[in-house]
Design a binder for this molecule. Structure first.
Ligand SMILES: C[S@@+](CC[C@H](N)C(=O)[O-])C[C@H]1O[C@@H](n2cnc3c(N)ncnc32)[C@H](O)[C@@H]1O
Length: 237
């Protein structure tokens, strides 16, 4: 099994339906707050189940949800079939979008599942698809020194506030014996320091890199905003 198979299959990464709904609502609120205007074209790359993507679609002109797992794409298409400004695409279809057509690209909780080569390929793709001056937001980036215990503590705090504490305790125990833990041990998660992310963004042609509060419930993970410069050229990769 690979990370791709993991996300395409049934998994218990969310400890309960309530956890999943509260998680996706919070992420959608954070993305919607980052939309620069009602006519903005927004790409959510690695969107997962994006249960509250309608909130983002309501805040922008066009929302493109990109997801690698075919089963997840099918569920997204069924859920949002009536939203005319929302489309669901594969990573290959993102590559086929017109260059300089997006105002914002968001990748929340994605780059830890990519190798550095794959991350660099995504950076080049996002740079080309963003309009000059467009914004890339990388969120939920895991720093190398973040312990699993700190992550667990943040989940328990989110669960306490969200009313799913018992499920969260059970979920943490299950995770300890799960495919996720085995895959994490086998394939690892990519972690980056703030300096390393900034260097990769700048090497890919992004500018004005700033660190901002993270999206979602875990303030120990990091978020970075960066712009495609107005005069950037697309031949750097
Ligand atoms: C941890 S989930 C994050 C989902 C959502 N962004 C969130 O914050 O809850 C990672 C998602 O990224 C998807 N994914 C992994 N690699 C991808 C790639 N190269 N392109 C698009 N999606 C990818 C996985 O299938 C999975 O659904």
């Amino acid at each position: 099994m690979s990370w791709r198979d993991f996300w395409n299959g049934e998994h218990a990464i969310y400890v309960s339906d309530r956890h999943k709904h509260l998680h996706y609502r919070r992420i959608a609120q954070d993305i919607a707050a980052a939309v620069p205007g009602r006519d903005a074209a927004v790409l959510d790359h690695g969107c997962g189940e994006a249960l509250s993507a309608d909130l983002v679609a309501a805040a922008c002109g066009r929302l493109i949800l990109c997801e690698a797992a075919p089963t997840v794409r099918d569920r997204l298409r069924a859920r949002f079939a009536t939203l005319s400004n929302l489309s669901v695409v594969s990573p290959e279809e993102v590559a086929a979008l017109p260059d300089a057509s997006l105002d914002v690209v968001v990748a929340n909780s994605l780059i830890q599942y990519l190798s550095t080569d794959e991350f660099n390929q995504c950076l080049a793709l996002w740079r080309d698809k963003l309009k000059p001056g467009g914004e890339l937001i990388l969120a939920d980036v895991i720093p190398p020194d973040l312990s699993a215990l700190t992550d667990a503590g943040e989940l328990l705090g989110f669960a306490w506030r969200g009313g799913f504490l018992v499920a969260a305790i059970g979920g943490l125990v299950r995770t300890a014996f799960s495919d996720y833990r085995k895959l994490r041990a086998q394939y690892g998660l990519s972690t980056y320091s703030a300096v390393a992310v900034t260097a990769l963004l700048e090497a890919a042609g992004f500018a004005a890199v700033t660190r901002r509060p993270n999206f979602g419930h875990n303030p120990h993970r990091m978020a970075f905003w960066a712009r495609r410069p107005a005069a950037s050229v697309s031949a750097q990769s």
